[in-house]
Design a protein around this ligand. Sequence first.
Ligand SMILES: Nc1ncnc2c1ncn2[C@@H]1O[C@H](COP(=O)(O)OP(=O)(O)OP(=O)(O)O)[C@@H](O)[C@H]1O
Length: 668
Amino acid sequence: MSEESVDQTKAGAEVSDSERLLFGGELAYDIGWNRHQGAWLALDLWAMARTLPKLVAIAVRLAHQADARALRTVWMAELGRGIAQAVGLVAVNVVLGHLLAGGSTVERLDRAVPALSAVAVTGGIGSLLRSASTSATGGLEPKVQRVATERYLSLVARVELSAIEDDEFHRLLDSAGYGADSARRMVKYCTAVLNSLISLVAAAGVLTVLHVALLPLLVAMTLPSAWSSLTIAKMRYVSFHQFVQHARAGQLLGRLLIDQQAAAEVRVHDVGPFLLTHFRGMAQTSEREQTRLAREAARKGLLADGATGLATIFTYGVLGVLLWTGGMELAVAGTAVLAIRTGSASLDQLVLQITDLHQEALFVADFEKLCVEATDRAIPTTGLDLPERVEGIRFEKVTFTYPGSTTPEPSLRDVDVTIPAGKIVALVGSNGSGKSTLVKLLCGLYQPDPGGGRVLWGDVDTAEADRSQIFGRVAMVAQDFYRWPFTARVNIGIGRSTGPMDDTAVEAAAAYAGADEVLAKLPRGLSTLLARGYRGGHQISGGQWQRLGIARARLRNAEVLIVDEPTSALDAVAEQRVFDQIRDLAGQGQTVILITHRLHSVRHADLIYVLDQGRVAESGTFEELMDPVTGTGAFRDAYLLQSRAYHPTVPAQSSGVKDDKQPAGEGV
Ligand SMILES: Nc1ncnc2c1ncn2[C@@H]1O[C@H](COP(=O)(O)OP(=O)(O)OP(=O)(O)O)[C@@H](O)[C@H]1O
């Protein structure tokens, strides 16, 4: 594809070629917030007046939680500053009165000295208070951000898996992350608003005393800029939401170019120019949107400036007429000009600050919305207790469809499976047949469809059970188990992360999984950081990682061990060792659920379930499935096919368990 044709979005109306090719469709789109969350988008003055106090209260609550003392300091300092400004303005009025009154210059100056001193003192106090406020605000801001971030992250860490896979939830997550930043900025804006409000009240008070007609004129001068900044804020907010997924996708492209895992392929397959071209394509769509916003902002700003100019001319005209007709003294007019200038500057400031505050507040509202949603979608912390010793886990006619899945087809249909305690149960079947899905339901990560059967731990339905108890009894070495970018110690110890990490237990688990050999080769043993790109970071191989994963599950020492393709990256000796250990574990009373495509490794399972397109195709012992009389052939045919694929003359490797039926060399 030529660079010119990469991105052809027209004013956001069409999907860019980059979006279509890489992401299969439009990412920047109108999400119809008006439909369900209209309140936040109705950014007119009235809506703002109604919602802002509530949103400010959220930020104040966060600030109070973060550092109540610093918050009090800010309040007191700003309040004091406002009062000092008001007193200062009144003192200026008195000074002007004395200077413009009768008498010699020396007499007039003499009379003005006390008021002049008051101006100086209030100015000094104001400066001191400002520095106190600046220092307290500076300390408060990062704490607010931390409290907000911690709050939403702790809630999100507890939501159901289905929420994490939901793109709407993710969109909310994006803007909520921005909302935590916004909460930080709101502290500054709240302080500024408070300050401008107080100086405005002071200026307005002085103006009203001077002439009552001057106050509405002051307000009229400020209305146009209020309108323009509100409209621009609304446009920016809508645009942010339209482009939030698009922006994330653009950042993803940038990250992929420097991603460690992609690095080899980026170079060997020369993917760099391809990614860069599309990065530019995506960025150009965003740039067009930014340009559109800037033009709109400039247009509205010009209109507002014109209207403000007219209102200013009118205000000073009225002042002139009042002077001309003797409706106002010259000294008073002087103070009025000063008060109008101070007042309109404060009002302008105030409007801008309130608009900024409101714009940030909208993201804080998203943040709050995410917290509510995350609470609603949290895994319940209550439920039925599991029996002390679970005799078995049963799937009764379980049908399950992934929530929000693009295909409405169930991933499991009418599945009946029994997993007796202390036995090895193997799940086999072709790719996508539902093996991993089945274990996710078994762990309580998902629930069957409504009316789609039950998963029972003993006689407790997982839908009603206290799920933390289920999680507490399961250890899992998933196919895609997580490679934590931390030290080797943490990578094993995280299997039991509630207490302090005990090196003796970690080393014992490592020895069990054969990971002790891996640790011995690490430059700093358990303390070696397993993440390249950081100081002292070290890289280990896929098979070495797998051993650490097994050690992690071993350390967890749970009642049920789930191993999903545990040996795919292991060498033959290590593989054999893992299966010997799995047999051992079952001997010690642990229930083992083994998912594998290597059919020879399920020969020692007590029970084998063969899944096919979400259904149980057949089940039984290895002998039953291999027997043409009792087996349907689904397992037997696949087993024989695999066996034939290996060289018949190479003797099988073993770690001591002699097994003459094992297909030679398989799994190497
Ligand atoms: N998170 C998900 N959301 C939607 N659909 C999913 C999800 N995970 C799996 N599926 C679908 O469910 C079906 C079963 O997938 P599952 O991962 O359970 O298969 P599997 O038997 O473990 O496959 P494999 O042997 O390849 O690991 C597949 O059609 C897959 O597309």
